[in-house]
Design a protein around this ligand. Structure first.
Ligand SMILES: *Cc1c(COP(=O)(O)O)cnc(C)c1O
Length: 446
């Protein structure tokens, strides 16, 4: 599929970003030249997936495509039971409502926005147990998504294992800069949790990308296929939630998969309340068919090498020019270090939000903030979180753009970097209650 993209002038873009309240989420897609806001649902589907869209069995109950999806998830991810959902947060909602009780703690390797919110809405509190290296954009640890086992043990000791319904592991870790977790670390987390009777839940959204880093960097995995590594990685966990809009190469879809029969039965019941019947979970039959075909394509070694290779290409370009980015280059995106770009803008004036706007103004390239705006406020005290990492995410959709597009993006970032002294901070003029980064509005600080 080929889509036209439209060039705008700087004067146009100035008008558009003011109208959008200095929030790239509020721009219209037609006013964007190269759209690197997210890799979520923005992937190009293949000929085979589109052909599958014609084979939708749109029966209300028991669609053929549902059974195919279930078999495919079991074949590649290994889980016994499947509950489809309309996207990742649908699965997170159901899981959190079933497993979390008020006062519970949910340790995880750095927070994710929707995941943490669903944990909080269910009465739980997220506790960060990622290794310290993850908070330092310059640290070259190859597995910055790893769990610090001592931190995890301390949480379990101090609260008692009964207060920890599960540990939530994401591989790769989006908020840390797309950083992977090693197989060795996953195995250790699994052993520790299972010894304490605690479940391990995988946020499998980018698990296949995580497996690529295991193949490239972890001794013993260099000659294994991605599909084989994925099966082993998931085998240490009990349950997964999935946003198929990322790894699985579709525009919409997700699931909750588990080996635990009790959880499956509860989830299959609850999905009817929030998403749809347990054999479609808010999706059309054709969406489930595209997802099943997408999974098969997503584990191909050539695909994943080309995908992450493109991210590396952009990242290395920026590094060659001395531009501050999170290192090592992550799986799905290059993350600019906004504190390194704009040391003169205090974090309370959202330097990363301002940087995303500068890039849009310069070239029409759309990126997004991953810093204080995304981190939001503490659920109990109402205080703003100011995370160590104040980043702009340049996210690459899968199979959409070419290397030439990456050159345009790199040159624009360089232009913005060279004019960095002129940048100003932002003040928030409208703040929604939940996941504020999607809809907040700003104006430049005078
Ligand atoms: C996107 C994402 C989610 C939420 O999935 P949606 O499909 O957007 O609802 C959860 N976890 C991670 C790591 C994600 O990237």
């Amino acid at each position: 599929m080929v889509e036209p993209i439209r060039m705008t002038t700087r004067a146009d873009r100035k008008k558009f970003i003011v109208e959008a309240g200095y929030n790239t989420f509020l721009l219209r897609s037609e006013d964007v030249y190269i759209d690197l806001l997210t890799d979520s649902g923005t992937n190009a589907m293949s000929d085979r997936q589109w052909a599958g869209m014609m084979l939708g069995d749109e029966a209300y109950a028991g669609s053929r495509n549902f059974y195919k999806l279930w078999e495919t998830v079991t074949q590649y991810y290994g889980y016994k039971y499947l509950v489809p959902t309309h996207q990742g947060r649908g699965a997170e909602h159901i899981l959190s409502q079933i497993m979390i009780h008020p006062g519970d703690l949910v340790p995880g390797n750095m927070y994710f926005t929707t995941t943490r919110l669903h944990q909080e809405l269910a009465g739980g509190t997220f506790v960060d147990v990622i290794i310290d290296e993850a908070h330092d954009p310059a640290n070259l640890h190859p597995f910055k998504g790893n769990v610090d086992l001592a931190k995890l043990e301390r949480v379990i000791r101090e609260s008692g294992p009964r207060k920890v319904p599960y540990v939530c592991i994401a591989g790769t870790v989006n908020m840390a800069g797309g950083q992977p977790q090693s197989m060795e670390n996953m195995r250790a987390v699994s052993e520790l949790c299972h010894r304490e009777g605690i479940s391990v839940v995988l946020d499998a959204t980018r698990a296949i990308e995580n497996c690529y880093f295991i193949q490239q960097c972890e001794p013993g995995y260099e000659s294994k296929k991605i599909a084989e590594i994925l099966k082993e990685y998931c085998s240490y966990t009990d349950t997964c939630t999935m946003s198929a809009k990322k790894d699985a190469l579709v525009n919409i879809g997700g699931w909750l998969a588990t080996n635990q029969q009790g959880l499956f039965e509860e989830a299959r019941n609850l999905v009817v309340v929030f998403e749809g019947l347990h054999t479609y979970g808010g999706l059309a039959g054709r969406d489930m068919e595209a997802m099943a075909r997408g999974i098969v394509e997503s584990v191909q070694d050539d695909h994943i090498r080309a995908r992450i290779g493109q991210v590396e290409y952009l990242g290395n370009h920026l590094l060659d020019w001395g531009i501050p980015i999170v290192r090592p280059v992550g799986g799905h995106a290059v993350f600019l270090d906004a504190k390194g770009f704009y040391p003169h803008i205090p974090q309370s004036q959202y330097p990363a939000q301002s940087l995303a706007c500068s890039i849009y103004l310069d070239s029409g390239v759309r990126t997004m903030e991953r810093g204080a705006v995304s981190a939001g406020r503490d659920a109990k005290t109402g205080q703003e979180h100011f995370p160590e990492l104040e980043l702009v995410r340049i996210t690459l959709p899968r199979r959409v753009y070419t290397q030439a597009h990456m050159d345009v993006v790199a040159e624009s970032v360089l232009e913005v970097y060279e004019n960095r002294e002129k940048a100003r901070g932002l003040r928030m003029t409208y703040e929604p209650k939940y996941l504020r980064f999607f809809q907040a509005r700003f104006e430049p600080v005078k």
